[in-house]
Design a protein around this ligand. Structure first.
Ligand SMILES: C[S@@+](CC[C@H](N)C(=O)[O-])C[C@H]1O[C@@H](n2cnc3c(N)ncnc32)[C@H](O)[C@@H]1O
Ligand code: SF4
Ligand code: SF4
Length: 329
């Protein structure tokens, strides 16, 4: 019984990074090409060829080395594959992009100790603009306009000069599904102007319940300012807010700090909270097996119970759930 692999992200995603464009999701792994080898005049065939090449490999049961350890592929066997799926293997497929991740800039107005951008750092990285690329993707009909979601990672968008124009380009094409990660330190008026689709989310990593711990993590003294900016933006829009807490070993991995954070989330009336584990211990740690300290489970449990008591949505990202369940990684 031979194996096949499928990866939804490879089929649907385009990810702009500082030095490359990836055809799937992942920052540390993933398939893509160096920005210097990207042929901007022939973007359409560039992207299509690359996606098709890797999708065909997965369909033949070959897992590219870049995918090993990634949580995003699924494995199936030919026996379990329906006739419909099998016949579709022989058809020529056109994959349209329904998920764009904007993360080609790394400038920020703070300096978190855990920031994954530091792992991508190269002082000589060549800045490129994505607005011309987005326009080209639309004019070459590579975007699934009905279903497109755009996620801003970064860096922080307050530092992205193109931000307003990029938002205008998407909204002019009726895209209003946005996932926007911000640190909340500086206020961005443009965020008030978007008519968000109900599936949109603004995600703020607060990571602390006190000013002192916030300062230790972010290296700026902007705890109160951030909370007040979240309150202001929340009052000005209908968008769903998610407040995030990344558990950092020896810094905020205690119940008192977490409780302070949970009380703020309740007070701000954010819709969801997300608890995650520092990637430096998990997906960026390729050297050793990370054994989750037992008190981390207590933190997750406390957050879950608090959320249930006060009617907050509670989430753990998929990859972290799998680590907690001792699956892949
Ligand atoms: C790189 S940030 C950029 C957007 C924005 N500046 C922010 O911090 O939200 C995108 C997301 O990655 C998360 N992130 C960055 N480094 C991380 C780490 N070491 N572990 C877990 N999450 C991390 C941040 O919390 C944020 O939600
Ligand atoms: S399995 Fe992971 S690395 Fe491979 S194509 Fe999918 S998202 Fe990218
Ligand atoms: S706010 Fe975001 S981009 Fe800025 S340093 Fe922190 S994690 Fe990195």
């Amino acid at each position: 019984m031979s194996k096949l692999y499928k990866c939804k992200k490879l089929e649907t995603t385009l990810h702009f990074l500082p030095k490359e464009i990836k055809y799937c999701c992942s920052n540390t792994k993933g398939l893509g090409i160096d920005i210097k080898d990207t042929n901007f005049d022939n973007l359409k065939s560039n992207i299509k060829e690359a996606k098709n090449k890797y999708i065909k490999q997965l369909e033949k049961g070959i897992l590219p080395k870049e995918c090993i350890g990634c949580v995003d592929y699924t494995e199936c066997s030919e026996k379990n594959t329906s006739l419909f799926d099998l016949s579709s293997l022989f058809k020529k497929k056109t994959y349209k992009i329904s998920n764009i991740i904007v993360s080609h800039f790394k400038e920020c107005d703070c300096s978190c100790i855990y920031c994954s951008q530091k792992y991508l750092q190269d002082p000589h990285y060549k800045k490129y603009e994505i607005l011309p690329l987005i326009k080209a993707l639309y004019s070459e009909k590579l975007i699934d306009e009905e279903n497109l979601t755009v996620e801003f990672q970064g860096g922080n968008i307050t530092m992205l000069k193109e931000f307003d124009a990029v938002i205008d380009e998407f909204t002019q094409h009726n895209c209003n599904k946005f996932i926007i990660n911000i640190n909340g330190i500086n206020y961005l008026e443009k965020l008030e102007k978007i008519k968000y689709h109900p599936s949109s989310v603004i995600d703020v990593s607060l990571d602390a319940g006190t000013r002192e711990t916030y300062k230790k993590i972010k290296n700026v003294d902007a705890f109160e300012q951030t909370i007040s900016n979240i309150r202001r933006l929340k009052n000005a829009t209908n968008v769903h807010f998610c407040l995030k807490y990344i558990i950092i070993h020896g810094i905020n991995d205690n119940i008192e700090e977490l409780t302070g954070f949970l009380n703020i989330a309740k007070d701000l009336k954010v819709e969801d909270i997300v608890i995650d584990i520092d990637f430096r211990d998990t997906m960026m740690n390729h050297e050793t097996v990370f054994i989750i300290p037992t008190h981390y489970y207590e933190l997750f449990k406390t957050a879950k119970e608090y959320s249930s008591k006060y009617n907050l949505g509670f989430y753990i990202p998929e990859y972290t759930k799998k680590i907690l369940d001792k699956e892949r990684y």
